[in-house]
Design a protein around this ligand. Structure first.
Ligand code: AMP
Length: 419
Protein backbone atom coordinates (compact mmCIF):
# COMPACT_ATOMS: atom_id res chain seq x y z
CA UNK A 1 0.00 0.00 0.00
CA UNK A 2 1.33 3.45 -0.90
CA UNK A 3 2.16 5.65 2.05
CA UNK A 4 -0.82 7.95 2.65
CA UNK A 5 -0.23 11.66 2.14
CA UNK A 6 -1.09 12.41 5.77
CA UNK A 7 -0.38 10.41 8.89
CA UNK A 8 -0.61 11.11 12.60
CA UNK A 9 2.21 13.28 13.94
CA UNK A 10 4.99 11.76 16.08
CA UNK A 11 3.75 11.09 19.59
CA UNK A 12 0.09 11.13 18.56
CA UNK A 13 -2.07 8.22 17.52
CA UNK A 14 -5.58 7.29 16.51
CA UNK A 15 -7.32 5.37 19.23
CA UNK A 16 -9.32 2.60 17.62
CA UNK A 17 -11.55 -0.20 18.92
CA UNK A 18 -11.21 -2.02 21.23
CA UNK A 19 -9.08 0.66 22.96
CA UNK A 20 -11.69 3.37 22.40
CA UNK A 21 -14.18 1.17 24.29
CA UNK A 22 -11.67 0.48 27.04
CA UNK A 23 -10.70 4.15 27.45
CA UNK A 24 -14.36 5.12 27.76
CA UNK A 25 -15.10 2.33 30.21
CA UNK A 26 -12.02 3.23 32.24
CA UNK A 27 -13.15 6.85 32.55
CA UNK A 28 -16.56 5.50 33.63
CA UNK A 29 -14.97 3.49 36.43
CA UNK A 30 -12.95 6.52 37.50
CA UNK A 31 -16.02 8.79 37.45
CA UNK A 32 -17.83 6.31 39.65
CA UNK A 33 -14.98 6.02 42.16
CA UNK A 34 -14.51 9.81 42.24
CA UNK A 35 -18.22 10.36 42.91
CA UNK A 36 -18.10 7.79 45.74
CA UNK A 37 -15.38 9.92 47.31
CA UNK A 38 -17.31 13.18 46.97
CA UNK A 39 -15.68 14.64 43.85
CA UNK A 40 -17.64 16.30 41.02
CA UNK A 41 -16.48 16.74 37.46
CA UNK A 42 -14.82 19.80 36.00
CA UNK A 43 -14.11 20.23 32.27
CA UNK A 44 -11.61 23.06 31.88
CA UNK A 45 -10.60 24.28 28.41
CA UNK A 46 -7.81 22.43 26.65
CA UNK A 47 -5.82 25.64 26.16
CA UNK A 48 -5.27 28.52 28.54
CA UNK A 49 -3.34 31.73 28.81
CA UNK A 50 0.28 30.61 28.92
CA UNK A 51 0.85 32.11 32.38
CA UNK A 52 -1.48 29.53 33.92
CA UNK A 53 1.13 26.90 33.08
CA UNK A 54 4.39 28.85 33.29
CA UNK A 55 3.60 29.49 36.95
CA UNK A 56 4.16 25.77 37.49
CA UNK A 57 7.84 26.47 38.15
CA UNK A 58 10.59 27.81 35.99
CA UNK A 59 12.88 24.79 36.01
CA UNK A 60 10.44 22.06 35.10
CA UNK A 61 10.92 20.37 31.74
CA UNK A 62 7.23 20.70 31.04
CA UNK A 63 7.51 24.46 31.20
CA UNK A 64 10.96 25.03 29.79
CA UNK A 65 10.70 22.99 26.64
CA UNK A 66 7.67 20.76 26.42
CA UNK A 67 4.84 23.26 26.31
CA UNK A 68 2.84 23.54 23.08
CA UNK A 69 2.72 27.32 23.05
CA UNK A 70 1.19 29.54 20.38
CA UNK A 71 -0.36 32.93 19.84
CA UNK A 72 -3.95 33.60 18.86
CA UNK A 73 -4.84 36.09 16.14
CA UNK A 74 -4.74 38.92 18.68
CA UNK A 75 -1.19 38.00 19.69
CA UNK A 76 -2.24 36.56 23.05
CA UNK A 77 0.21 33.91 24.27
CA UNK A 78 -1.47 30.65 25.13
CA UNK A 79 -0.66 26.96 25.43
CA UNK A 80 -2.22 23.52 25.29
CA UNK A 81 -2.44 22.17 28.82
CA UNK A 82 0.47 19.89 29.82
CA UNK A 83 -1.58 18.75 32.85
CA UNK A 84 -4.79 19.72 34.67
CA UNK A 85 -3.77 20.89 38.13
CA UNK A 86 -2.91 24.42 37.02
CA UNK A 87 -6.24 24.75 35.18
CA UNK A 88 -8.14 23.49 38.23
CA UNK A 89 -6.38 26.07 40.43
CA UNK A 90 -7.10 28.79 37.88
CA UNK A 91 -10.77 27.73 37.85
CA UNK A 92 -10.84 27.77 41.66
CA UNK A 93 -9.50 31.32 41.77
CA UNK A 94 -11.91 32.40 39.04
CA UNK A 95 -15.10 30.88 40.55
CA UNK A 96 -14.31 30.82 44.27
CA UNK A 97 -16.46 27.77 45.12
CA UNK A 98 -17.18 26.59 48.65
CA UNK A 99 -14.38 24.82 50.50
CA UNK A 100 -13.14 22.20 50.28
CA UNK A 101 -13.55 22.11 46.51
CA UNK A 102 -13.26 18.56 45.27
CA UNK A 103 -13.21 18.01 41.53
CA UNK A 104 -12.25 15.28 39.11
CA UNK A 105 -11.45 15.43 35.41
CA UNK A 106 -10.65 13.39 32.33
CA UNK A 107 -9.18 14.47 29.02
CA UNK A 108 -6.08 14.92 26.92
CA UNK A 109 -2.86 16.67 27.95
CA UNK A 110 -0.03 17.71 25.64
CA UNK A 111 3.75 17.70 26.08
CA UNK A 112 6.46 17.84 23.40
CA UNK A 113 8.34 14.85 24.74
CA UNK A 114 10.49 12.37 22.86
CA UNK A 115 7.88 9.82 21.84
CA UNK A 116 8.24 6.15 22.76
CA UNK A 117 5.96 3.38 23.90
CA UNK A 118 3.93 4.75 26.80
CA UNK A 119 5.21 8.29 26.22
CA UNK A 120 3.18 10.39 23.83
CA UNK A 121 2.79 14.05 22.93
CA UNK A 122 -0.95 13.81 23.38
CA UNK A 123 -2.04 11.50 26.18
CA UNK A 124 -5.13 11.05 28.35
CA UNK A 125 -5.31 11.70 32.04
CA UNK A 126 -7.92 11.20 34.71
CA UNK A 127 -7.39 12.89 38.03
CA UNK A 128 -8.83 14.49 41.13
CA UNK A 129 -7.97 17.63 43.09
CA UNK A 130 -9.12 18.90 46.49
CA UNK A 131 -8.53 22.56 47.31
CA UNK A 132 -8.95 24.24 50.68
CA UNK A 133 -7.78 21.87 53.39
CA UNK A 134 -4.49 21.03 55.09
CA UNK A 135 -5.92 17.82 56.55
CA UNK A 136 -3.45 15.01 55.77
CA UNK A 137 -6.33 12.53 55.95
CA UNK A 138 -7.48 14.11 52.68
CA UNK A 139 -4.12 13.13 51.15
CA UNK A 140 -4.82 9.59 52.34
CA UNK A 141 -8.32 9.60 50.84
CA UNK A 142 -6.97 10.75 47.47
CA UNK A 143 -4.28 8.08 47.46
CA UNK A 144 -6.84 5.44 48.36
CA UNK A 145 -9.21 6.68 45.64
CA UNK A 146 -6.48 6.08 43.05
CA UNK A 147 -5.56 2.72 44.59
CA UNK A 148 -9.19 1.58 44.54
CA UNK A 149 -9.50 2.62 40.92
CA UNK A 150 -6.53 0.46 39.90
CA UNK A 151 -7.94 -2.35 41.97
CA UNK A 152 -11.30 -2.13 40.21
CA UNK A 153 -9.58 -2.40 36.83
CA UNK A 154 -8.11 -5.65 38.12
CA UNK A 155 -4.50 -4.42 38.23
CA UNK A 156 -2.32 -6.17 40.80
CA UNK A 157 1.27 -5.27 39.92
CA UNK A 158 1.00 -1.68 41.14
CA UNK A 159 3.26 -0.24 43.82
CA UNK A 160 2.46 2.94 45.70
CA UNK A 161 5.59 4.98 46.40
CA UNK A 162 5.38 7.72 49.00
CA UNK A 163 7.53 10.67 50.01
CA UNK A 164 7.25 14.15 51.45
CA UNK A 165 8.87 17.26 50.06
CA UNK A 166 8.32 19.23 53.26
CA UNK A 167 7.01 22.75 53.39
CA UNK A 168 8.26 25.61 51.25
CA UNK A 169 10.10 26.88 54.32
CA UNK A 170 11.91 23.54 54.72
CA UNK A 171 13.12 23.69 51.15
CA UNK A 172 15.99 26.25 51.18
CA UNK A 173 18.11 24.38 53.76
CA UNK A 174 17.52 21.11 51.99
CA UNK A 175 18.30 22.58 48.55
CA UNK A 176 21.47 24.08 49.99
CA UNK A 177 22.49 20.67 51.35
CA UNK A 178 21.82 19.08 47.96
CA UNK A 179 23.78 21.79 46.15
CA UNK A 180 26.72 21.31 48.51
CA UNK A 181 26.62 17.55 48.25
CA UNK A 182 26.31 17.31 44.47
CA UNK A 183 28.66 20.28 44.03
CA UNK A 184 31.39 18.41 45.90
CA UNK A 185 30.86 15.35 43.72
CA UNK A 186 30.39 16.96 40.31
CA UNK A 187 32.75 14.48 38.62
CA UNK A 188 30.47 11.61 39.54
CA UNK A 189 27.41 13.35 38.06
CA UNK A 190 26.22 12.99 34.45
CA UNK A 191 26.47 16.06 32.21
CA UNK A 192 22.66 16.30 32.08
CA UNK A 193 22.35 16.22 35.86
CA UNK A 194 25.03 18.89 36.20
CA UNK A 195 22.84 21.13 34.07
CA UNK A 196 19.79 20.22 36.14
CA UNK A 197 21.74 20.99 39.33
CA UNK A 198 22.17 24.62 38.38
CA UNK A 199 18.46 24.93 37.57
CA UNK A 200 16.94 22.88 40.38
CA UNK A 201 18.94 20.52 42.61
CA UNK A 202 15.76 18.70 43.64
CA UNK A 203 15.30 17.39 40.13
CA UNK A 204 18.72 15.72 40.21
CA UNK A 205 17.19 13.24 42.66
CA UNK A 206 14.73 12.39 39.91
CA UNK A 207 17.46 11.38 37.43
CA UNK A 208 17.01 7.89 36.05
CA UNK A 209 20.55 7.79 34.57
CA UNK A 210 22.43 4.76 35.90
CA UNK A 211 25.71 6.70 36.39
CA UNK A 212 23.95 9.12 38.76
CA UNK A 213 22.47 6.45 40.97
CA UNK A 214 25.31 5.77 43.47
CA UNK A 215 25.56 9.48 44.27
CA UNK A 216 21.79 9.92 44.54
CA UNK A 217 21.60 6.89 46.82
CA UNK A 218 23.61 8.66 49.54
CA UNK A 219 22.29 12.19 48.95
CA UNK A 220 20.84 14.22 51.85
CA UNK A 221 17.24 13.31 52.65
CA UNK A 222 14.36 15.72 53.02
CA UNK A 223 13.15 13.83 56.07
CA UNK A 224 16.16 15.28 57.94
CA UNK A 225 15.02 18.81 57.09
CA UNK A 226 11.29 18.65 57.82
CA UNK A 227 9.47 21.16 60.01
CA UNK A 228 7.46 19.51 62.76
CA UNK A 229 4.19 20.28 60.93
CA UNK A 230 5.33 18.59 57.73
CA UNK A 231 6.81 15.67 59.68
CA UNK A 232 3.58 15.09 61.64
CA UNK A 233 1.49 15.32 58.47
CA UNK A 234 3.69 12.74 56.79
CA UNK A 235 3.31 10.38 59.76
CA UNK A 236 -0.44 10.88 59.72
CA UNK A 237 -0.68 9.93 56.02
CA UNK A 238 1.32 6.78 56.68
CA UNK A 239 -0.85 5.92 59.69
CA UNK A 240 -3.96 6.43 57.52
CA UNK A 241 -2.70 4.14 54.79
CA UNK A 242 -1.78 1.51 57.34
CA UNK A 243 -5.18 1.74 59.04
CA UNK A 244 -6.84 1.20 55.64
CA UNK A 245 -4.54 -1.67 54.72
CA UNK A 246 -3.01 0.12 51.70
CA UNK A 247 0.57 -1.04 51.11
CA UNK A 248 3.20 1.59 50.27
CA UNK A 249 6.94 2.01 49.95
CA UNK A 250 8.81 5.06 51.16
CA UNK A 251 11.23 6.56 48.65
CA UNK A 252 13.07 9.71 49.73
CA UNK A 253 14.17 10.27 46.13
CA UNK A 254 10.65 10.66 44.78
CA UNK A 255 10.44 14.34 43.83
CA UNK A 256 8.03 14.27 40.87
CA UNK A 257 8.32 16.32 37.70
CA UNK A 258 6.49 19.48 38.65
CA UNK A 259 8.01 21.97 41.03
CA UNK A 260 4.92 23.07 42.87
CA UNK A 261 4.63 20.06 45.16
CA UNK A 262 4.90 20.40 48.94
CA UNK A 263 4.52 17.80 51.70
CA UNK A 264 2.99 14.51 50.48
CA UNK A 265 4.07 13.25 47.08
CA UNK A 266 3.27 9.85 45.66
CA UNK A 267 3.50 7.79 42.54
CA UNK A 268 1.95 4.56 41.37
CA UNK A 269 4.39 2.33 39.49
CA UNK A 270 3.47 -0.68 37.40
CA UNK A 271 6.02 -3.50 37.48
CA UNK A 272 4.54 -4.81 34.23
CA UNK A 273 5.74 -1.76 32.24
CA UNK A 274 9.28 -0.80 31.11
CA UNK A 275 11.08 1.09 33.86
CA UNK A 276 11.35 4.32 31.85
CA UNK A 277 7.54 4.60 31.56
CA UNK A 278 6.39 2.67 34.58
CA UNK A 279 4.68 5.57 36.38
CA UNK A 280 0.96 5.07 35.80
CA UNK A 281 -0.01 7.96 38.04
CA UNK A 282 1.17 10.42 40.61
CA UNK A 283 0.31 13.40 42.68
CA UNK A 284 0.74 15.23 45.93
CA UNK A 285 0.20 18.45 47.81
CA UNK A 286 0.67 21.86 46.25
CA UNK A 287 0.07 24.23 49.10
CA UNK A 288 1.41 27.38 47.40
CA UNK A 289 0.01 26.97 43.91
CA UNK A 290 -3.38 28.66 44.35
CA UNK A 291 -1.67 31.70 45.84
CA UNK A 292 0.86 31.69 42.98
CA UNK A 293 -2.10 31.82 40.65
CA UNK A 294 -3.18 35.08 42.28
CA UNK A 295 -5.77 33.46 44.56
CA UNK A 296 -6.12 33.14 48.33
CA UNK A 297 -3.49 31.07 50.10
CA UNK A 298 -5.51 27.85 50.00
CA UNK A 299 -3.75 24.49 50.06
CA UNK A 300 -4.42 21.75 47.55
CA UNK A 301 -3.80 18.08 47.02
CA UNK A 302 -4.47 15.89 44.00
CA UNK A 303 -3.26 13.37 41.50
CA UNK A 304 -3.33 12.57 37.79
CA UNK A 305 -3.29 9.09 36.34
CA UNK A 306 -2.12 8.31 32.81
CA UNK A 307 -4.88 6.48 30.97
CA UNK A 308 -2.68 5.30 28.06
CA UNK A 309 -0.14 3.72 30.39
CA UNK A 310 -2.81 2.28 32.65
CA UNK A 311 -4.34 0.54 29.63
CA UNK A 312 -0.87 -0.74 28.64
CA UNK A 313 -0.50 -2.12 32.17
CA UNK A 314 -3.94 -3.75 31.85
CA UNK A 315 -2.76 -5.35 28.59
CA UNK A 316 0.32 -6.83 30.17
CA UNK A 317 -1.62 -8.09 33.19
CA UNK A 318 -4.40 -9.38 30.93
CA UNK A 319 -7.15 -7.50 32.81
CA UNK A 320 -9.90 -4.99 32.01
CA UNK A 321 -11.05 -6.33 28.66
CA UNK A 322 -13.10 -4.04 26.44
CA UNK A 323 -16.79 -3.95 27.28
CA UNK A 324 -18.92 -5.84 24.78
CA UNK A 325 -20.16 -3.36 22.18
CA UNK A 326 -20.47 -5.93 19.41
CA UNK A 327 -23.41 -5.84 17.04
CA UNK A 328 -26.06 -8.28 18.29
CA UNK A 329 -28.37 -8.37 15.29
CA UNK A 330 -27.78 -7.95 11.57
CA UNK A 331 -30.75 -7.05 9.38
CA UNK A 332 -30.79 -8.49 5.87
CA UNK A 333 -33.38 -7.10 3.49
CA UNK A 334 -33.97 -8.00 -0.13
CA UNK A 335 -37.25 -6.12 -0.53
CA UNK A 336 -35.71 -3.05 -2.10
CA UNK A 337 -38.11 -1.12 0.15
CA UNK A 338 -37.82 0.44 3.57
CA UNK A 339 -38.65 -2.66 5.63
CA UNK A 340 -35.04 -3.45 6.59
CA UNK A 341 -34.45 0.12 7.72
CA UNK A 342 -37.68 0.12 9.77
CA UNK A 343 -36.87 -3.17 11.49
CA UNK A 344 -33.36 -1.99 12.36
CA UNK A 345 -34.71 1.20 13.96
CA UNK A 346 -37.44 -0.69 15.88
CA UNK A 347 -34.86 -3.05 17.36
CA UNK A 348 -32.50 -0.16 18.19
CA UNK A 349 -35.34 1.63 19.96
CA UNK A 350 -35.85 -1.54 21.98
CA UNK A 351 -32.24 -1.20 23.22
CA UNK A 352 -30.49 -3.71 20.97
CA UNK A 353 -27.26 -3.21 19.02
CA UNK A 354 -28.20 -3.53 15.37
CA UNK A 355 -26.44 -3.14 12.07
CA UNK A 356 -27.71 -3.67 8.56
CA UNK A 357 -26.53 -4.17 5.03
CA UNK A 358 -26.43 -1.08 2.84
CA UNK A 359 -26.41 -0.57 -0.91
CA UNK A 360 -29.12 -3.19 -1.66
CA UNK A 361 -26.70 -6.01 -2.41
CA UNK A 362 -27.59 -9.65 -3.10
CA UNK A 363 -28.84 -11.96 -0.35
CA UNK A 364 -25.51 -13.81 -0.46
CA UNK A 365 -23.45 -10.62 -0.10
CA UNK A 366 -25.68 -9.45 2.79
CA UNK A 367 -25.35 -12.78 4.61
CA UNK A 368 -21.58 -12.55 4.22
CA UNK A 369 -21.71 -9.10 5.81
CA UNK A 370 -23.91 -10.53 8.59
CA UNK A 371 -21.32 -13.19 9.39
CA UNK A 372 -18.50 -10.68 9.27
CA UNK A 373 -20.34 -8.42 11.74
CA UNK A 374 -20.02 -11.17 14.41
CA UNK A 375 -23.69 -10.62 15.26
CA UNK A 376 -25.36 -13.69 16.74
CA UNK A 377 -28.68 -13.29 14.93
CA UNK A 378 -29.74 -12.25 11.43
CA UNK A 379 -33.23 -10.88 10.81
CA UNK A 380 -34.14 -11.55 7.19
CA UNK A 381 -36.95 -9.90 5.21
CA UNK A 382 -37.66 -10.51 1.55
CA UNK A 383 -40.76 -10.03 -0.61
CA UNK A 384 -42.26 -13.31 0.73
CA UNK A 385 -41.95 -12.23 4.36
CA UNK A 386 -43.43 -8.82 3.62
CA UNK A 387 -46.41 -10.43 1.82
CA UNK A 388 -46.98 -12.86 4.71
CA UNK A 389 -46.47 -10.25 7.46
CA UNK A 390 -43.52 -12.20 8.90
CA UNK A 391 -39.75 -12.06 9.31
CA UNK A 392 -37.17 -14.85 9.39
CA UNK A 393 -34.72 -15.18 12.28
CA UNK A 394 -31.49 -16.97 11.49
CA UNK A 395 -29.13 -17.63 14.39
CA UNK A 396 -25.61 -17.21 13.06
CA UNK A 397 -24.47 -20.49 14.57
CA UNK A 398 -25.72 -24.02 13.92
CA UNK A 399 -29.29 -23.52 15.08
CA UNK A 400 -32.07 -23.62 12.47
CA UNK A 401 -33.78 -20.59 10.96
CA UNK A 402 -37.44 -19.93 11.88
CA UNK A 403 -40.26 -17.55 11.04
CA UNK A 404 -41.97 -15.10 13.43
CA UNK A 405 -44.93 -12.78 13.04
CA UNK A 406 -43.84 -9.28 12.07
CA UNK A 407 -45.93 -7.86 14.94
CA UNK A 408 -44.03 -10.04 17.44
CA UNK A 409 -40.60 -9.44 15.97
CA UNK A 410 -39.19 -7.25 18.75
CA UNK A 411 -40.32 -9.47 21.60
CA UNK A 412 -39.16 -12.67 19.85
CA UNK A 413 -35.74 -11.12 19.12
CA UNK A 414 -35.44 -9.93 22.71
CA UNK A 415 -35.86 -13.51 23.91
CA UNK A 416 -32.56 -14.14 22.19
CA UNK A 417 -30.75 -11.58 24.29
CA UNK A 418 -31.80 -11.97 27.90
CA UNK A 419 -30.14 -9.06 29.72
P1 AMP B 1 2.72 13.78 35.75
O1 AMP B 1 1.87 14.98 35.86
O2 AMP B 1 3.93 13.98 34.87
O3 AMP B 1 3.04 13.10 37.04
O4 AMP B 1 1.81 12.74 34.95
C1 AMP B 1 0.84 11.95 35.58
C2 AMP B 1 0.71 10.67 34.80
O5 AMP B 1 0.39 10.95 33.45
C3 AMP B 1 2.00 9.88 34.72
O6 AMP B 1 2.14 9.03 35.83
C4 AMP B 1 1.82 9.10 33.45
O7 AMP B 1 1.06 7.93 33.69
C5 AMP B 1 0.99 10.02 32.60
N1 AMP B 1 1.88 10.71 31.62
C6 AMP B 1 2.65 11.80 31.82
N2 AMP B 1 3.28 12.16 30.70
C7 AMP B 1 2.91 11.27 29.75
C8 AMP B 1 3.21 11.08 28.36
N3 AMP B 1 4.03 11.89 27.70
N4 AMP B 1 2.63 10.03 27.70
C9 AMP B 1 1.78 9.20 28.35
N5 AMP B 1 1.46 9.32 29.64
C10 AMP B 1 2.01 10.34 30.33
Amino acid sequence: MARPTFQTLPGTRDLLPPDTDRFRALVGVFADEAARSGFSQIVPPIFEEIGVFTRLGEATDVVTKELYAFEDMGGRKQALRPEFTASVCRAFVQHRPLLPWKSWYAGPAFRQERPQKGRYRQFEQVGAEAIGSHDPDLDTELIVLAARFYQRLGLKDITLVLNTLGDKADRPAFLEALRDYFGQNLDALSQKSRETLSLNPLRVLDSKRPDDQPLIESAPRITDYLSSGAGLAFERVQAGLEALGVAYELNPRLVRGLDYYTRTTFEFLSSSLDAAQNAVGGGGRYDGLVADMGGPDEPGVGFALGVDRTVLACDSEGVFAAPDTRTQIFVVSTTGGLEGLKIAEELRSAGLRVDRAVDHRSMKAQMKAANRSRASLAVIVGPDEVAAGTASLRPLDDRPQFVVERTELVSRVKEFFPS
